[in-house]
Design a protein around this ligand. Sequence first.
Ligand SMILES: [Cu+2]
Length: 117
Amino acid sequence: MRRIMVIGAVVAQAALGVACSTGGGGSPTCEAPTKGTEVDIQNLAFSPACISATANDTLILVNKDSTQHTFTVKGTSINVTIEGGQTATAPLTGIAPGTYAVTCRFHPSMTETVQIT
Ligand SMILES: [Cu+2]
C-alpha cells in the first residue's frame, strides 16, 4: 500500500516536470532557472518552477494562498511552514551547491526545483 502511494507521487511529479524535468537518475534538473530569492506560492503552486540562488542567499517565501503550505527542500534541513497569507524566510546557509527538489508536505503535487550555486 505504502509502496503504491510512493510510486504514484513520483509519476505525478514527472507529469508536472515540464519546466523542471527530472534527469535520468531521478535527480531534478533546472534547465532555465530564474535567478532570484523570492518564491511565490499561489493556487497550490510554487513560482518560479526553477529558481537559482547562492548559499549566501535567503529565500523569501510568499504564501498568497489562504491555506498553510511548507517549503520542504528534499535532502536538506530546510522545512519551513508558511501560514496562509504570510511570508517566511529560508536561509540557504550551509546547503551544499546542487539541484534540489522542493515540495509541500501537505500538498505533494506541489513541486519546485532549487539550484544552489
Ligand atoms: Cu501546500
